[in-house]
Design a protein around this ligand. Structure first.
Ligand SMILES: Nc1ncnc2c1ncn2[C@@H]1O[C@H](COP(=O)(O)OP(=O)(O)OP(=O)(O)O)[C@@H](O)[C@H]1O
Length: 847
């Protein structure tokens, strides 16, 4: 493959430069910090009283009298920061600089640092002004805490707004600063402060039990709060209560938090016990286990008519009769890798890359916003009550419940009593759906490998799984998969990864807007983050014309096309057909190469080629993986039907060993699009939300996809019986754009990877005029007739030819009727029996 000479590489790479800049900034910040800490106002006076020359004379008295840790320079700096700017509070500037320095050094994104710095500057000015005000009004603090600027702002405020104006302005600004700091509900912050009061109260009031076991103490405080809640509750019904709704709510919250703190301790004890007995659980964070022996208080105080709370008072009361523990789990995120790890692992794979290439950096991907992804205990408890109530009414006893909180859905794992028939639980799916007023609810009865029934209920607040949070994990960085795809997160918050090279092909289906294109972008992004362009090429087919168009930027790095292709991303049906046939031809050629090299798969072939034991002259070359992506199969099947199905089926059956893999998506998972032949050859399937149970059956062979909630909620089946529910990672168009720009701006190969040319189906083999025949035409014909074997590799060996020329000769011999049509990995049939017959045929051709 031809390649461009890479442009001169800079002496010091961009990364190293940034690291140096980071260190310089940190060093300056540390110096300023030392100068501020050792600030003395007299130092500056000394500097001013002597000349520069005297100052520089270290043996002289003036220099010796300066006590700043950084000498005269420190005295200057600290004068500026402490005296002129904002006093000691200027230290915040040091913190800002350190933060910039560190993040630049670590190659982290700076967007969040900018925001936080802006906030820190605001807090610095505000604090200095408050100090200035205290200094001016009461002379209670030294002016060194406010600096001239802080004092000046306080004067200005006093002058403009009188005696009380600064109190109001500075007070409200402080409150705003607090709100911004916690970025949370201030109301609940107040509640928490009050709650802390109750805590202290309960501790002091039960001073007699000061030496008690902590669990008992918790239980005592729980009881106290619960009792007080019950007292209130018993005074009157919910509608008659005197206190406000907020009072009830905050009391309930308080109660729940106390309960969960005591129960977490109990949970930890249980876990320890489990460890000792050798019983293990998957690594999930245990959030709470709520033992509601007497649930009345909690339910009574709920007080709100939430959706799904349609059971009213008597519904929940009945449920209370069946008292079941619930354990709540939320999976802890996987360990982050950091940019260096990813970079190191990616470089490890490369031995002698054909082009100089920089892998896309993590910074091109958006960081997940700092959202409040806390578990909604209220929602979980309400759902638990509804589930218990519904099943209890129908005589189904549940002995235990666990709630596993995933990004999109929560899985309630129910342990039914031994005599319960589990199909009975399944039959109440619709009742439960109605009671919870939820869109998609899936019952898994039983959960494969467990003696439990699962009910998946969509969360009211869904979490977006950002692709960066998957790519930036050790699991992804260190994977040895050839074509790793981190699809998303499981319900247990684990990064779910598959190796496309082993699948070997993937069929994706989902209604419009369910997240297929985002899913395809996730696959491509993962591959672009892990694979070098030497090792991977995409053939992109996009009948919808816009979905994959962003990838045209990377054509000279990552795309494979026909030599005469009109566009790098194929949108025209006729061209799709020709391209797929060409990929088939590439597959056949690769099989010939593998056969010549006597290896069984692409990995061994490439290793052998790397060792130098394969001859370039015979057409051997490094073989990149080829991933063929078809964004909408339905469209192609409608226009080209069988013609399209044929090459897809051939590739799906055979292409795995030679490193060609298919990813096909469709929004119409009907049997005339996903035909039996296609389905049989695509064991790995992904279903996004589909419109009907029938569609779900077509794609997954079972129901379930019709109950998904959309926006990347998906079921993955690798061909076995069990399916995994995942939240597909989200990658935005902007992110895809940035990655493409980053790669596209680098010097790539001269052209896309060319797929072999195929015969035009309308062309009956082209002209065989004497002048247009290959010079070795006759000689090649004789070799094949002599050996009675129509194989390219035979011609290569006997005539010492490259693969392409030998292939062209075989095509001409086929047109001349000397060899038969292509037969896959076996040699073509020779149609001429002996040399005499051949001579006759050649004479005819000449005439
Ligand atoms: N994994 C995801 N996380 C969050 N939101 C998502 C996710 N996937 C898709 N969405 C949302 O759903 C919208 C539609 O997604 P997408 O375009 O991928 O659907 P589609 O199935 O390809 O639809 P169509 O077939 O009409 O092209 C996106 O714009 C995005 O807002």
């Amino acid at each position: 493959m031809s390649k461009k000479k890479n442009n001169s590489t800079p002496l010091i790479s961009y990364e190293r430069k940034m690291e140096m800049l980071g260190i310089i900034i940190i060093a300056i910040a540390a110096s300023i910090a030392i100068s501020i800490i050792t600030y003395r106002s007299e130092d500056f006076a000394i500097i001013q009283s002597v000349s520069f020359r005297t100052l520089m004379d270290l043996g002289q008295g003036p220099a010796l009298r300066i006590q700043n840790g950084l000498g005269p320079l420190g005295a200057y700096m600290s004068h500026f920061f402490v005296h002129i700017l904002f006093g000691y509070i200027s230290m915040i500037l040091v913190v800002i600089m350190l933060s910039y320095g560190w993040n630049i050094f670590r190659h982290n994104a700076l967007a969040i640092v900018h925001l936080k710095s802006l906030y820190a500057v605001f807090v610095m000015i505000l604090s200095a002004s408050i100090m200035g005000w205290v200094h001016n009004e009461f002379d209670a603090v030294s002016a060194d805490w406010a600096g001239s600027s802080g004092v000046a702002i306080a004067y200005l405020l006093r002058g403009l707004t009188g005696q009380y104006g600064p109190v109001i302005i500075l007070g409200s600004m402080s409150l705003i600063a607090l709100i911004l700091l916690f970025n949370k509900d201030v109301q609940s912050a107040f509640d928490r402060i009050r709650q802390a009061g109750v805590w202290f109260g309960s501790i002091f009031s039960s001073s007699a039990s000061a030496n008690e076991d902590p669990e008992e103490r918790d239980a005592a405080s729980v009881k106290q709060v619960r009792d007080s809640a019950q007292e209130k509750g018993s005074d009157g019904s919910r509608n008659q209560k005197n206190g406000t709704e907020e009072d009830e709510d905050s009391r309930r919250k308080r109660w729940e938090e106390l309960v969960s703190s005591s129960s977490e301790r109990e949970q930890a004890r249980k876990l320890k016990e489990q460890k000792e007995t050798g019983e293990t659980r998957p690594p999930r964070a245990i959030l709470s286990r709520e033992n509601r022996g007497d649930d009345g208080a909690e339910r009574g105080s709920s007080g709100k008519n939430e959706p799904g709370d349609d059971q009213g008072a008597d519904g929940t009361a009945e449920a209370g009769e069946q008292d079941v523990d619930i354990r709540i789990y939320k999976g802890t995120p996987e360990e982050e890798a950091g940019k260096r790890k990813l970079e190191k692992e990616r470089k490890k794979q490369l031995e002698k890359p054909q082009i100089t290439y920089r892998f896309p950096a993590l910074d091109l991907l958006d960081k997940a916003p700092e959202e409040d992804n806390e578990v909604d205990y209220e929602e979980i408890n309400r759902n638990k009550m509804i589930i218990l109530d519904k099943l209890n009414r129908h005589g189904i006893d549940i002995t235990a419940i666990e709630a596993i909180v995933g990004p999109t859905v929560t899985l309630y794992e129910l342990q039914p009593a031994p005599d319960v028939k589990i199909s009975k639980i399944e039959s109440y799916a619709n009742d439960l759906k109605m009671a919870m007023a939820t869109k998609g609810l899936r019952i898994i009865a039983p959960i494969p490998g467990k003696s439990a029934v699962g009910i998946e209920v969509p969360n009211r607040k869904k979490e977006t799984v950002y692709i960066r949070s998957l790519i930036n994990t050790r699991k992804f960085a260190e994977t040895s998969m050839k074509l790793p795809v981190a699809f998303g997160r499981t319900i247990e918050n684990e990064v779910f990864m598959v190796d496309l090279a082993r699948l070997p092909h993937l069929l994706m289906a989902g209604a419009t807007g369910s997240g297929k294109t985002v899913g395809i972008n996730t696959i491509i992004t993962c591959l672009l983050y892990k694979c070098h362009p030497d090792d991977l090429k995409f053939v992109m087919v996009d009948p919808k014309k816009i979905e994959l168009s962003l990838f045209r930027n990377i054509q000279n790095h990552f795309l494979a096309t026909l030599p005469n292709a009109t566009e790098p991303i194929i949108t025209d049906t006729a061209e799709v057909l020709q391209t797929l046939n060409s990929v088939c031809k590439e597959m056949d050629e690769r099989y010939d190469l593998l056969k010549m090299a006597t290896v069984r798969d692409i990995t061994s072939y490439n290793e052998k080629f790397k060792e130098g034991s394969l001859d370039n002259e015979l057409g051997h070359r490094h073989l990149p993986y080829i991933v063929v992506i078809i964004d909408e199969l339905a469209d192609l099947m409608m226009t080209a039907g069988k013609q399209i199905e044929e090459p897809i089926a051939r590739l799906a059956q055979l292409a795995r060993a030679v490193g060609i893999h298919l990813v096909i998506a469709t929004q119409r998972p009907s049997v005339n699009v996903i035909t039996g032949t296609i389905k049989a050859n695509f064991p790995a399937r992904v279903a996004y939300r589909v419109a009907s149970k029938i569609d779900s059956r077509t794609i997954l062979d079972t129901m379930g996809a019709d109950q998904l909630v959309g926006r990347g909620d998906m079921l993955y089946n690798s061909g076995g019986v069990s399916m995994v529910r995942l939240q597909n990672a989200f990658v935005s168009t902007e992110e895809v754009d940035r990655i493409n720009e980053f790669i596209g701006n680098q010097t790539g190969y001269d052209r896309p990877y060319y797929l072999p040319e195929t015969e035009d189906p309308n062309d009956q083999g082209g002209s065989l005029e004497k002048g247009e025949r290959d010079e070795l035409f006759e000689e090649a014909a004789k070799v094949l007739v002599l050996h009675q074997q129509g194989s390219v590799s035979l011609l290569q060996r006997k005539l010492k030819l490259g693969y392409n020329r030998a292939g062209r000769l075989i095509d001409q011999l086929f047109t001349a009727g000397i060899v038969g049509p292509y037969q896959g990995s076996t040699a073509r049939e020779v149609l001429v029996e002996n040399e005499d017959e051949l001579q006759e045929l050649l004479n005819d051709l000449d005439n």
